[in-house]
Design a binder for this molecule. Sequence first.
Ligand SMILES: Cc1cc2nc3c(=O)[nH]c(=O)nc-3n(C[C@H](O)[C@H](O)[C@H](O)COP(=O)(O)O)c2cc1C
Length: 201
Amino acid sequence: MIMWEEKRDVRQQVLTDIIRQRRSIFADDYLDVPIPEDIIREILTNATWAPTYKMTQPWRFIVLQDSQRAPFGEYLAEYYRQRLSADEWPHNRHERARLYPLKAPCIIVIVLRRHLKIDIKEWEEMAAVCCAVQNMALTCEAYDIGAYWDSCDACVAYAREHWLEDHEQCLGFFYMGYYDRQKHHSAKRRTGIDKKTTWLY
Ligand SMILES: Cc1cc2nc3c(=O)[nH]c(=O)nc-3n(C[C@H](O)[C@H](O)[C@H](O)COP(=O)(O)O)c2cc1C
């Protein structure tokens, strides 16, 4: 029988491991393996357990899979071709962008949906959506799914053109895919709390 003290220690360790092992994993590293729908639903359900001031729950998600990805790839590549010079956007970059979304078995469009009746600041609702996205990222980590938040202008513009209502704003696309954890290494470190914290007594 696991004693409560022991269980508490396990919970603390598991949470710390998940938080500190989570890394942004880009679609180039994803395996061509679908993510089961019940896991996607679990990721989204955990998103909705984020804190939300005045309970406005200001998020909406759009799940892109299968045939939804190619049109976005076309748009992405064309978006930058129209805005960058030929030197900045050579053929190989264009092709890479065009095919990039196809490397992700699942992409979730992150939408901030403002509450129209409750008096709440935009940043408070935006912060709630960010908390929801972090819940998604941590859940992915727990399921060994790689993920990252892409806030590129093309994502935001694509969502606006296709799905959004006036009181909605796209905050980016959340890419997800299984990957080979053994091969992945991130050199990114964090600045210690002593440089980021003022203690007042
Ligand atoms: C709001 C937000 C937007 C981001 N947008 C992008 C992006 O557009 N492109 C990108 O490559 N990474 C993006 N990232 C991921 C960061 O680059 C990444 O979190 C950072 O490099 C730290 O690495 P780690 O997540 O592996 O710890 C974004 C992260 C956040 C929180």
